[in-house]
Design a protein around this ligand. Structure first.
Ligand SMILES: Cc1ncc(COP(=O)(O)O)c(C=O)c1O
Length: 406
């Protein structure tokens, strides 16, 4: 029943723990009162967003690079626009190895800079990940470097499994562990240790609705390739599980649930606002699954908050949406005469109701708009939800029609 490959991950994970403990953080496991109350179980958060490089990926990368270093390999190459890039770059710097990271040309400047900051050579190539991966293979062959796969590798899985060893030490009774699934390397590592040491603990996987590759593969009985959509949880957007990760996850996982973009955004918002924790989309997915009520959570539940590397512009969008949802911010849109003073009259009505203007868009060119009017969109922080209706009435009394659009 227990797959042979999981036995191998389990046995290597003990050595991985020695290496990872030396060069990465043993991250805290914190009980969250807020989320526990919302979910009706004792929810503990494993804070890999506080890990070196901002994500758990460094664990697998460190162990893999260590093993290659032992074998006399001089350099590694990886294709990634995300956390794997920084993990491999950091791992290579620890062992004094050369690292070449190929990123798609669309990778954010922040990620490119962070990866360079760990001493890696960054090659920008192609529009999407697949192009970068092809280029990385080419470089590996030409320059005699070893390619480090982000998940379909026993050493990578053994490195990710070190999270399970830490959690088992940090909490005696664990009823369930909630794990986000990208390619399945993390889930494979967690399952290989948890199902051996504490078989009664349930392990539940989470995928975005936009990229349910493991769930689809399990239904089909073999790894299949899907066409994923973009997701806030970009770390979980993978086309296909690995053969090795599929073998472990399909045999050992208790359940997989999917979460919507809205649920992921809500989890990022709650983690920041209520728990003061910054998580990226993939990092918030396990909390999203719990908050959505899709998991029957009982007893002590561990949610892996796997990373915190969120783009600031994405975070800004998520926060505005979250504030709109909770009634703290509203978006008003209307048409005003395009004459001097008309925008300022609108703003003074908002100020009278103690609305704090966060952003104003003033558009003179809009479909169907005549040349004497302009469209105005205003993002306003409001002291309470009922104030919005008063603002709209006062604006109407002044002769301009505004609506709440967010
Ligand atoms: C923050 C974060 N969480 C979860 C995952 C998923 O890990 P895996 O691909 O091993 O399933 C990733 C993968 O990059 C990630 O960056």
């Amino acid at each position: 029943m227990f797959p042979e490959i999981a036995n191998e991950v389990f046995s290597r994970s003990k050595e991985a723990l020695e290496i990872v403990s030396k060069y990465a953080h043993r991250t805290p496991l914190e009980r969250s009162n807020t989320i526990s109350k919302m979910v009706g179980a004792n929810v503990y958060l494993k804070l890999e967003n506080l890990q070196k490089t901002g994500a758990f990926k460094v664990r697998g990368a460190l162990y893999k690079v260590y093993k290659l270093h032992q074998q006399g390999v001089k350099g590694v190459v990886a294709a990634s626009a995300g956390n794997h890039a920084q993990g491999v770059a950091y791992g290579a710097s620890v062992f004094g190895m050369r690292a070449v990271i190929v990123m798609p040309e669309t990778a954010s400047i922040a990620k490119v800079e962070a990866t360079r900051g760990y001493g890696a050579e960054v090659v920008l190539y192609g529009a999407v990940y697949d192009d970068a991966e092809r280029k990385a293979r080419e470089i590996a062959e030409k320059e005699g470097l070893v390619m480090v796969h982000p998940f379909n590798d026993v050493d990578i899985m053994a490195g990710q499994a070190t999270i399970a060893w830490e959690v088992l030490e940090q909490l005696k009774e664990i009823d369930a562990v909630i794990v986000p699934i990208g390619g399945g390397g993390l889930a494979s590592g967690i399952l290989s240790v948890i199902k051996k040491v504490s078989p009664k603990t349930k392990v539940i996987g989470v995928e975005p609705e936009a990229a349910p590759k493991m769930l689809t593969s399990i239904k089909e009985g073999k790894p299949v390739t899907i066409e994923p959509k973009p997701s806030l949880a970009d770390g979980l957007v993978t086309k296909r599980p690995g053969d090795l990760t599929f073998e472990i996850v399909s045999k050992l996982i208790d359940d997989i649930v999917t979460v919507s973009e809205r649920e992921i955004a809500h989890a990022i918002y709650i983690l920041l606002e209520r728990c003061k924790l910054l998580a990226e989309g993939a990092g918030a997915a396990s909390v999203a699954a719990l908050l959505s009520g899709k998991i029957d959570a009982k007893g002590n539940v561990v949610a892996l908050v796997t990373g915190g590397n969120i783009d600031i512009t994405v975070l800004h969008r998520v926060l505005i949406e979250g504030m709109c949802e909770s009634g703290r911010v509203t978006i008003l849109r209307g048409v005003v005469p395009d004459v001097p003073g008309s925008l300022s009259r609108v703003l003074s009505v908002i100020a009278r109701s103690r609305g704090n203007v966060l952003e104003v868009k003033h558009l003179r060119h809009s479909p169907g708009l005549d040349p004497w009017h302009a469209v105005v969109e205003i993002i306003v922080e409001v002291p309470s939800k009922d104030v919005v209706q008063r603002m709209l009435r006062d604006l109407e009394a002044m002769g301009v029609q505004f609506n709440e659009v967010g």
